[in-house]
Write a protein of this length. Structure first.
Length: 467
């Protein structure tokens, strides 16, 4: 079976190769946004087989398999792990042109040292070889973090989380990786959800604070922010479809909250008012703590009603929402900036046509004391591939300052996703290599290489201040 040479992947010039090999390749990883399970890290989970490590929960792969007509039983159903892996292996040769083709072979190479192209014909041999290696300590959850030089990994955690696994990781002291929580209060803002009252009551119990009124809710949130901060949290994260901005006074917001508590229906306008005001209040809390606020905008989720009923959320039926963002985003940032309460903020959009607009918007609110206080988030989700990354990097460099960029993240539930940092670094070096080759930058590799290293790791270390 022929090999797939990943050593030269995406490096299309001598300049790109030099930048990658001499400056980017050896940099550690600062993975400031992922969905890894902290319990797996605390328990140093040993994965039973390749499917468990590689395919479970990976909706990128699931979507590709569905595109090729694979039966759902072999994707998320009751088929055996080996059957699911072989079904995936049979799909891989058909993935040419999709980033999954590159990721698959990077992952096989970097985790298992396997350079062969994965096909249905060699699936059994690769299955056996990988499963044998999974018995090694370096391929347990903690071992993987060490293997890939992950210096910081920020998980995504609900305000009601006890953070017991984060405490256990710290108490054990077995990892050089800092595993920090990130505050994800989406359910707090979802005032129209059928289970909203049940959720905020849980929040109140966790905070040890009543949530009878809107002021109570804010007080409970402040207590949870304090709790997360004490446990090393320095980031929040928020997910939106279209980004709302509907200004209102606190009396109006309090009345909306009371309607929700009474079980009354919430209108779309009331939902927007509540989200806007509560997010502003949270932004003030984050600023007071020196946190970074992440805004993930533009996903339209759970679009296949039949499969949502069968499989639930996060099962591969989400896509890109097209909408206008400039007015609401500028208004939101300006409102926090007005009283000097705008925290460090990263804005991601799943709609790549927003990149230039976001880059110019965040330029309106940069401030003394922090380089790149506001950031255009990395190419996210459907865009974390060559063309998407190049578009994001080009927009950032053209409309802002790429030298201040805090770089890549995995945004993944899988411990097999760390080569996405390598993929990003290769694309980054390709871009800078092209600029050198075309005479747009000097061939001063020490100078350009230092900027590459900043983007790969050092900017994030300085920006997030997680030690």
């Amino acid at each position: 079976m022929s090999r797939f040479d990943t050593d030269q992947l995406l490096l299309n010039s001598n300049s790109a190769k030099k930048l990658y090999q001499d400056y980017a390749q050896g940099m550690p990883i600062f993975d400031y946004h992922n969905h890894l399970n902290p319990q797996d890290i605390a328990n140093n989970r040993q994965f039973e087989n390749l499917t468990e490590l590689w395919l479970e929960g990976d909706h990128y792969k699931w979507r590709a398999m569905r595109w090729l007509g694979v039966n759902e039983e072999l994707i998320t159903g009751s088929a055996s792990p080996e059957e699911k892996f072989k079904a995936w292996a049979g799909c891989v040769p058909r993935l040419v042109g999709n980033p999954l083709y590159h990721w698959t072979h990077l992952e096989l190479s970097r985790y298992f040292g396997i350079q062969e192209r994965l096909t249905a014909e060699n699936a059994a041999n690769i299955w056996n070889a990988c499963n044998e290696q999974l018995q090694e300590p370096t391929l347990r959850a903690g071992g993987i973090l060490e293997k890939f030089q992950v210096k910081v990994a920020c998980t995504t955690d609900d305000p009601i989380d006890t953070l017991q696994h984060h405490r256990l990781i710290k108490e054990k002291g077995e990892l050089t990786t800092i595993v920090a929580p990130a505050f994800r209060p989406d359910r707090v803002l979802d005032v129209g959800h059928a289970e909203y009252v049940s959720y905020v009551n849980q929040l109140g119990q966790t905070a040890g604070h009543a949530v009878d009124t809107y002021q109570d809710l804010l007080a409970a949130l402040k207590k949870r922010v304090e709790y997360f901060h004490e446990h090393g949290c320095r980031l929040s994260d928020h997910g939106f479809s279209a980004f709302p901005y509907a200004a209102a006074n606190e009396q109006e917001v309090a009345a909306i909250y009371q309607k929700a508590k009474n079980g009354d229906s919430i209108t779309s306008r009331e939902d927007q008012i509540f989200r806007t005001h509560t997010l502003l209040k949270l932004g003030e809390m984050y600023h007071a703590k020196g946190w970074t606020m992440q805004l993930h905008i533009g996903a339209i989720r759970n679009n296949n009603a039949r499969m949502f009923a069968k499989l639930g959320k996060d099962s591969g039926y989400d896509s890109i929402l097209d909408f206008h963002l400039a007015e609401s985003l500028n208004a939101f940032l300006s409102r926090l900036d007005r009283n000097d309460q705008l925290p460090k903020t990263i804005v991601y959009s799943l709609y790549s046509s927003h990149y230039e607009m976001i880059a110019t918007t965040i330029g309106n609110f940069q401030a003394a004391g922090v380089e790149g206080k506001l950031q255009l988030g990395s190419a996210w989700w459907f865009h974390d591939q060559k063309e998407g990354m190049l578009k994001q990097l080009t927009a950032l460099s053209s409309m802002g300052l790429i030298s201040t960029f805090v770089g890549m993240l995995t945004d993944s539930r899988s411990f097999m996703s760390f080569p996405r940092h390598e993929y990003f670094r290769r694309v980054l070096c390709r871009l800078f290599g092209d600029w050198i080759r075309e005479g747009e930058l000097p061939a001063d590799y020490e100078f350009i290489g230092s900027i590459i290293q900043d983007i790969c790791y050092l900017n994030a270390e300085r920006y997030f201040q997680i030690h």
